[in-house]
Design a protein around this ligand. Structure first.
Ligand code: MN
Length: 230
């Protein structure tokens, strides 16, 4: 048996201070995980359970890239997020054990076609056109968990030098162990899985020529430049 064609290998995210890379297996994203962001989107915080959407691994873009303004939108938004990288299998893992499967952390941008996401909400259809599209999952190098503990660190993002999003990680509604515990009840989490943990308030549109710079104290910063539409 011979494959008709070769597929590209999964994207590889650099590990900070190492020659190693982290291959991306799947991308999970948590919705509405900061109260102020839920409010700005017109929603109450749902404290019963977190919810998720996914992105295709090939949507991964490494920090420093210049990407074209995407097709099919006139309202392309930034969402700055803490990303958790899973390094060990986890299925129905307890909150108490959940942190043992975390390999590390990174800065991420969950780039969003807000108009297409709103269509989905209005028509009660899936969010894929709004969330799961090419080059929509931007990530910085991963810092190993031994070098970073989630606490009260600042998460901040600017566009062309003007701060747009700022919060602290203790504002997360669902903590990292709560997310891993809950998500592992629905999926067999595996090494290579990434979890984008939700964005603070201050999301907004970007246009061609804009430069995004995001930081989380203790992690490698993230940068993205927007080129012209194709
Ligand atoms: Mn998001």
């Amino acid at each position: 048996m011979t494959a008709l064609f070769d597929l590209p290998r999964h994207p590889q995210v650099p590990v900070a201070g190492s020659e190693k890379t982290f291959p991306v297996r799947r991308i999970f994203c948590v919705g509405r995980n900061y109260a102020a962001h839920a409010a700005e989107m017109g929603h109450e915080v749902d404290r019963e359970a977190p919810f998720y959407f996914t992105k295709t691994p090939s949507a991964t873009v490494l920090t420093g890239a210049t990407i074209p303004y995407p097709p099919g939108t006139n309202d392309y938004h930034h969402e700055m997020e803490l990303v958790v990288a899973i390094g060990r299998p986890a299925f129905r893992i307890s909150k108490e054990d959940a942190m043992s499967v975390v390999y590390g952390y990174a800065c991420g941008l969950d780039m969003t076609r807000r108009d297409r996401q709103q269509d989905g909400k209005d028509k009660r259809r899936p969010w894929d056109l709004g969330k799961d599209f090419e080059q929509s999952a931007v990530i910085s190098p991963i810092t190993e968990a031994k070098d970073f503990t989630v606490g009260t660190q600042k998460i901040e993002m600017s566009v062309n030098g003007t701060v747009k999003q700022v919060a602290t990680l203790d504002e997360l509604i669902w903590s990292i162990p709560e997310i891993i515990n809950h998500l592992s009840g629905y999926y067999h989490l595996e090494p290579g899985d990434l979890i984008y943990t939700g964005t603070p308030s201050g999301v907004g549109a970007v246009v061609a020529g804009d430069h995004i710079h995001g930081t989380i104290d203790g992690l490698t910063a993230i940068d993205l430049t927007l080129g012209a539409a194709e």
